[in-house]
Write a protein that binds this ligand. Structure first.
Ligand code: SAH
Length: 334
């Protein structure tokens, strides 16, 4: 009796890792692609809370629940499953690239020798991050330059966090503080407040949004000098305004700057010295003119640096470059 030749193994179809940002947590605010990706998946991996948020999409799927501290584990499990030919959805709240699983996953993949040519494909599916959702609930606080800082020191040294807080407080950014406080991390928000108060007015508007678009949503308006006493937790995002941010009729608004250029009370007429479609008179070219004039009047570099709150070497190199004729530019954007 001869043994039959082995049946050739079917070439395994390559798996896929999908990093899915599910948005703030309500079904209505999840993108169509995020929903489709979860439906497509054979295996869904995520933190227990997020798994619950998408429970109705999970019938018949393999579910791997992980705790917060098992992030690298989650990425490893995703790669293992994808190597076996499975489609894996790794779910993050908000956007997977914002304090989410996208970074750790690529780190694990690179460590395992993965490259973009690998049969295992990776797709990142963007979602509305907490700062988008929380901003939408309180008005329009992020309509000018803003940044996000996480107060979590689980993976980031405190001096790094403190340095960033100090820099953005000084530079007058609107700030979204992620991971502001937990049962064990209660002092970080107090330190953040202390650093901010060195640069910002005590009555700077602050909004605290807990569980945006989820069942226990809570919105609170306060001020910089009061914010540390407010009810803040793991599910809160703290939005701190810049020096122009105001609260009116229960809405937090950061002006875009239209009032610098247009007289909003006079039917939107341009202010003296300003032109539609052109940089402000205090924009780069206008400012360079001012700087040259001040320098010609005899103000030295250090005085100019202090007056304009910019580094002296920047002022110096700027003054060395001849001012070019007014550039043609038009950027009236919506
Ligand atoms: N990837 C997520 C952020 C994860 S870090 C995103 O893009 O939003 C976790 C932090 O996000 C929380 O501590 C909280 O500061 C913020 N957060 C997430 N979902 C939120 C929600 N629905 N409402 C308010 N804050 C939220």
């Amino acid at each position: 009796m001869t043994t039959p030749p082995p049946i050739p193994e079917a070439a395994p179809t390559a798996g896929k890792i999908m990093l899915v940002g599910i948005g703030p947590g309500s079904e209505a605010h999840m993108t169509a692609r995020a929903r489709q990706a979860i439906e497509e998946a054979d295996t869904v991996i995520g933190y227990v809370t997020y798994i619950k948020l998408v429970a109705d999409l999970l019938e018949g799927k393999e579910i791997i629940r992980k705790s917060m501290t098992e992030e690298l584990d989650r990425a490893v499990s995703a790669l293992d499953a994808a190597r076996q030919g499975k489609k894996v959805a790794l779910i993050s709240s908000g956007d997977a690239g914002v304090y989410g699983m996208a970074g750790p996953t690529y780190e694990v993949l690179f460590q395992a020798g993965w490259t973009p040519d690998d049969p295992v494909q990776v797709e990142i599916i963007p979602g509305a991050s907490a700062l988008n959702s929380c901003a939408a609930r309180v008005g329009a606080p992020l309509t000018h330059d803003f940044c996000a800082i996480s107060l979590s020191d689980l993976l980031t040294p405190w001096p790094t966090i403190a340095r960033r807080l100090d820099a953005v407080a000084m530079a007058d950014f609107v700030v979204a503080l992620y991971n502001p406080k937990s049962g064990r991390r209660t002092r970080q928000i107090v330190e953040a407040q202390r650093l901010f108060l060195r640069h910002r007015r005590p009555d700077t508007p602050v909004a605290i949004v807990k569980s945006a678009y989820r069942r226990r949503e809570q919105i609170l308006f306060t001020t910089l000098d009061q914010m540390a006493e407010a009810d803040i937790g793991m599910l809160s995002t703290v939005l701190i305004g810049n020096s122009n941010t105001f609260v009116r009729h229960g809405l937090m608004v950061t002006p875009r700057g239209y009032a610098n250029k247009y007289d909003l009370e006079q039917g939107g007429e341009t202010r003296d010295g300003e032109k539609r479609g052109r940089s402000l008179s205090t924009g780069l070219l206008g400012w360079l003119d001012t700087l040259q004039a001040e320098h010609a009047e005899g103000l030295d570099i250090d005085t100019l640096a202090a007056r304009h709150r910019l580094p002296a070497d920047y002022i110096r190199s700027t003054l060395l470059e001849p001012v070019t004729a007014t550039a043609v530019e038009s950027e009236e954007n919506a």
